[in-house]
Design a binder for this molecule. Structure first.
Ligand code: GDP
Ligand code: K
Ligand code: MG
Length: 281
């Protein structure tokens, strides 16, 4: 049968390990990765003729900061190249959890969202049109209650569909960060495009955004390429220009733009219905 490599990515305490344990429960545990300082477990599960190799990655709020967990998650995604990243989201903290989602979108990889703790969202009486949100961001969103095993079958069925490229809702979108930031991204991409050995390995848009976030490890990753100095210089000029226009640090500009995108997307799809005491049973 076919093997599907899946990585679980999400904030701390969003239910990754619970999902991991539930999914792999009755199957053989492969054990901890050896030689790494951060906690990452791998397990195997079988379903409908497919073998899933699932990795439970350390919890992170972002993949920008220079912390061992974030670097590990990033390295796993860019170097081990899982077939699909399952972005586990805590439904009761959508804005904060979706920050990471915007970074996964930038990375141009296959993502499925497990909208976990869906019971909490229902308890709040919130109305969330997650199907529309999924269409908006080109990522299937499956509600789950990992602690009860709810939605886990649906999640893995979706992973098979996405793996087989037969899910029509999957699209690669670019988050539109607004004209000035888009121009900055494009200016840096223009220099990256000159070197196909970079674009063979990495998404130019992702690299450009990471450089605007003044991400040290992305810069270090580019060091081995022939036009490294040129890219560094274009990035420096572009950042200076952007910071002049906004009067803010480049990282802050990108972070704000991401939250702007999340706010806009949730405004259209998410509503907290105030519970009326007279109506509650
Ligand atoms: P991780 O840090 O992402 O690995 O999160 P854990 O799997 O350790 O889960 C954190 C806590 O959330 C645990 O107490 C779980 O039992 C609980 N939890 C996990 N999934 C759900 C869920 O869908 N609903 C609720 N209400 N609690 C959950
Ligand atoms: K935990
Ligand atoms: Mg965990």
């Amino acid at each position: 049968g076919k093997v599907i490599n899946v990585a679980l990515v999400g904030n701390p305490n969003c239910g990754k390990t619970t999902l991991f344990n539930y999914a792999s429960g009755s199957h053989e545990r492969v054990g901890n990765y050896s030689g790494v300082t951060v906690d990452a477990k791998e397990a195997i599960m079988k379903k409908d003729g497919y073998t899933f190799k699932i990795v439970d990655l350390p919890g992170t709020y972002s993949i920008t900061e220079y912390s061992p967990e974030e670097l590990y998650v990033r390295m796993h995604i860019t170097e081990k190249m899982p077939d699909i990243v399952v972005n586990v989201i805590d439904s009761s903290n959508l804005v904060r959890n979706m920050f990471l989602t915007t970074q996964l979108i930038d990375m141009n990889i296959k993502v499925v969202v497990a909208l976990n703790m869906y019971d909490e969202l229902e308890k709040k009486g919130a109305k969330f049109d997650y199907v529309s949100l999924g269409e908006m961001i080109g990522i299937p969103i499956i509600p789950t209650v990992a602690s009860k095993g709810k939605g886990v079958d649906e999640l893995f069925e979706k992973l098979i569909d996405v793996y087989e490229d037969r899910d029509p809702s999957v699209r690669h979108i670019h988050i539109n960060y607004g004209a000035q930031i888009e121009k900055a991204i494009h200016d840096i991409q223009h220099e990256i495009w000159k070197n196909p050995s970079i674009t063979d390995k990495l998404s130019s848009r992702y690299v450009a955004i990471k450089l605007l976030e003044t991400d040290k490890s992305t810069l270090a990753q580019l060091e081995k390429f022939a036009n490294y100095e040129e890219i560094k210089s274009v990035a420096k000029q572009t950042i200076a220009q952007l910071e002049k226009e906004y009067g803010e640090r480049s990282e802050t500009i990108i972070t704000d733009a991401k939250y702007g995108f999340i706010d806009g997307a949730l405004k259209e799809t998410y509503k907290e219905v105030k519970k009326d005491k007279r109506e509650s049973k």
